[in-house]
Design a protein around this ligand. Structure first.
Ligand code: LLP
Length: 447
């Protein structure tokens, strides 16, 4: 996100504006808010709340729009979906069937990508601290590319691969020292961040890597941050990357491909976010001239707008100074507002509320922290007990960042396509939540 959004309700888009920008949502008089052809009230009745609801057609449409923008710009670019944004197997499988590979950052994500049907050769393993066990698993399975983030990791990976009689396919992730202009907690391409190899050191390390046993150099990679809504940081980072590739080639070093990372932002509130065509144009102007295959690792752009968190109002409470709308969803479900002061649109599900008089509300969850706030001073209609609301654009970094804080089970997730609904992750039961715990024998006979 750019600078934390000002909490001035006047600048918030109205419900109709919110809907106009989200074609998979509509409101019908009887049915209320619908995702594709399915009323959210029906999903709540069948599967309970809080629930994540994902629109398959939206994910599909966004993947196609991005892929077409890239090919339309004359680029040979392959999309590797950054599954940290949403690791539901159904979501990964859907993107895989459309042609995406996967970008993973842990052994767990690697296994999940495989379980979703992504071929090992279509998986990129990123991340600043991969363990030996994770690297061994990925190498043994035939991972497509490992993005190495330091000289230390290169040495470790070379030794592991050589001991297995393998050559690890490697790209060096460089840190271009570019400010992505995003929230401090999700910027990754500044010199002070933990990510990547300083770009000035990358040339020497690349030359060294070319002669390291167990390493097969594929190319270079960069990722400067997330929720990037301006193109200038991309232009600067990719220009530096292209310059690096040219100097590597001038030294006769092999560069087969360039991984351009992810980070493309989406409009949560009314931020002007770049179009895929404008982004593709920047790629073409910078790394495009290298004539190499490109890779991209988008997460949020593909799935963020496609998901929402469906919640029910527990009660509306009139505090001393403010009106509180207390939902059955909380910060343990969707932590983005608490963690990054992120703005998410919140809309009523009932059509009768759609044009009712608005008044400011604090939209909160039941967790015992004041930070458990989805929105502050948000203009909303009266919302009585049992009414439903949808917290929008929660398809990325929503369910994946959930916890069970306050012993709250993980919410259910459903996927909608047309007028079909499928549960893609059942709600965790209270029993399952405590089933992993073990009471030591010396306490077992307690009073
Ligand atoms: N590649 C790498 C190496 C990454 O670290 C990330 C995200 C991506 C790709 C995908 O970035 P995207 O296209 O989704 O922006 N929890 C935060 C976002 C953290 C992003 C971490 N890295 C949030 O809710 O805003």
């Amino acid at each position: 996100m750019a600078a934390p959004a000002p909490r001035d309700a006047d600048e918030d888009p109205c419900f109709d504006e919110i809907l106009a920008l989200r074609p998979h949502l509509s409101v019908a008089i009887e049915a209320g808010l619908m995702v594709e052809g399915v009323p959210l009230a029906r999903i709540a009745a069948a599967h309970g709340t809080p629930s994540w609801v994902y629109s398959a057609s939206t994910i599909e449409g966004r993947y196609r729009a991005l892929a077409e923008a890239l090919s339309g710009a004359g680029l040979d670019a392959r999309i590797h979906y950054a599954m940290k944004a949403n690791d539901a197997l159904a979501v990964v499988r859907l993107l895989g069937t459309l042609g995406a590979g996967a970008d993973v950052v842990s052994g767990g994500e690697f296994l999940a990508a495989r379980a979703a049907g992504i071929a090992p050769g279509d998986i990129v393993f990123s991340g600043v601290g991969k363990t030996e066990a994770e690297l061994r698993t990925a190498l043994a399975a035939g991972v497509g590319q490992i993005n190495v983030e330091s000289a230390e990791e290169l040495a470790m990976l070379g030794a592991i691969a050589a001991s297995m009689g393998l050559s690890a396919p490697v790209a060096l992730r460089v840190n271009p020292d570019v400010d992505a202009g995003t929230h401090a907690k999700i910027t990754t391409g500044r010199a002070e961040n933990k990510f990547g190899i300083p770009i000035d050191a990358a040339r020497d390390l690349y030359a060294r890597a070319a002669n390291t046993a167990g390493i097969r150099l594929r190319g270079v990679a960069v990722h400067i941050g997330s929720q990037i809504t301006a193109l200038a940081p991309y232009r600067a980072a990719y220009a530096r990357l292209a310059e690096l590739v040219r100097s590597l080639r001038a030294e006769g070093l092999p560069v087969e491909r360039v991984d351009c990372g992810g980070g493309l932002g989406i409009p949560y509130r009314n931020e002007p976010a770049p179009s895929p065509a404008a982004f593709a144009h920047v790629l073409r102007e910078t790394v495009g001239a290298l004539g190499l295959p490109l890779m991209l690792e988008p997460g949020r752009w593909l799935v963020g707008p496609a998901g929402l968190l469906l919640a029910r109002v527990i009660l509306e409470k009139q505090g001393a100074l403010r009106r509180f709308v207390i939902l059955d969803a909380a910060m343990n479900d969707l932590i983005r507002p608490s963690l990054y002061e992120a703005w998410h649109a919140i809309v009523p599900v009932s059509a009768t509320r759609w044009h009712a008089p608005l008044a400011p509300a604090e939209v909160v969850g039941p967790v015992c922290e004041s930070g458990d706030t989805f929105a502050s001073g948000r203009m909303l209609p009266p919302l009585g007990p049992g009414e439903l609301v949808a917290i929008l654009d929660a398809g990325a970094y929503g369910a994946v960042m959930s916890s069970t804080y306050n012993a709250r089970p993980l919410a259910a997730a459903v996927m909608v396509r047309g007028d079909e609904v499928a549960v893609i992750r059942p709600r965790q039961s209270h029993e399952a939540l405590i089933a992993q715990d073990v009471i030591p024998p010396w306490l077992a006979s307690g009073r």
